[in-house]
Design a protein around this ligand. Structure first.
Ligand code: AMP
Length: 223
């Protein structure tokens, strides 16, 4: 089972991916987290990606596809995984199918108005140690500036400045939005209203997932 979380930056893909992982046990794979970890470690891949990330541009397809391919080949992804931030364009979506064509797929497109996206991204804080995500307006940590999960110091992502946020939204509209049409045609597509509270958004995703997982298991038993 491959679950793809689509939607613009700031729509809540990371948060919903964490909740899916917690409830269903499918690991969440965030291409942005993998890239940020490579940047932090100063790997050759991280060095290539850093400038593009800081400008809000997409990192080259080859780098990202290789990274995802390696990650989904790991044992914990055997029965399924959740992709957050990948694919980001049609080439990446097609490559994903080349890597693992037969996998059952579900796509959730979380949508939110541009003004709300900007507000959410501006208020976002992350824990660089355990990758937990917070929002000073709707999901703040219990202790200011400190991660509830691991006690790490929260930071603002370098690309969460207004200038870079605008560029990321432009890049989303130009390169990622065409994926909506791409997945709608494949009939695996579900639109989710991301303007609601975190728990309500998750309930929407969960009701669809439960139904689809049930159907999938029935087909497996019949085989
Ligand atoms: P995210 O954490 O998903 O907002 O991603 C942060 C940044 O990482 C993006 O602005 C891109 O520079 C880069 N990035 C993440 N995922 C991808 C991807 N699938 N393809 C290309 N670049 C990506």
């Amino acid at each position: 089972m491959r679950i793809i979380l689509l939607g613009p930056p700031g729509c809540g893909k990371g948060t919903q991916g964490d909740l899916i992982e917690k409830k269903y046990g499918f690991p969440k794979i965030s291409s942005g987290d993998l890239l940020r970890a490579a940047v932090q470690k100063g790997t050759p891949l991280g060095k290539k990606a850093e400038a593009m990330m800081n400008r809000g541009e997409l990192v080259s397809d080859d780098i990202v596809i290789e990274m995802i391919k390696e990650r989904i080949s790991k044992a914990d992804c055997q029965s399924g995984y959740v992709l957050d931030g990948f694919p980001r364009n049609i080439t990446q979506a097609q490559k994903l199918e080349d890597i693992e064509g037969k996998c059952q797929e579900m796509v959730f497109d979380i949508q939110l108005k541009t003004q709300s996206l900007i507000e959410r991204l501006s208020a976002r804080r992350i824990c660089p140690r355990c990758e937990a995500i917070y929002n000073l307006a709707i999901h703040s940590p219990k202790k200011e500036g400190i991660c509830d999960v691991c006690g790490g110091e929260l930071i603002r992502r370098k690309d969460d400045t207004l200038e870079v946020i605008r560029e990321r939204l432009r890049v989303y509209n130009e390169q990622t939005e065409p994926l909506v049409d791409y997945y709608q045609k494949k009939e695996v597509f579900h639109e989710i209203d991301g303007a609601r509270e975190i728990e309500a958004v998750f309930r929407g995703i969960q009701s669809i997932l439960d139904k689809e997982i049930g159907k999938f298991r029935e087909t497996e038993v019949r085989r």
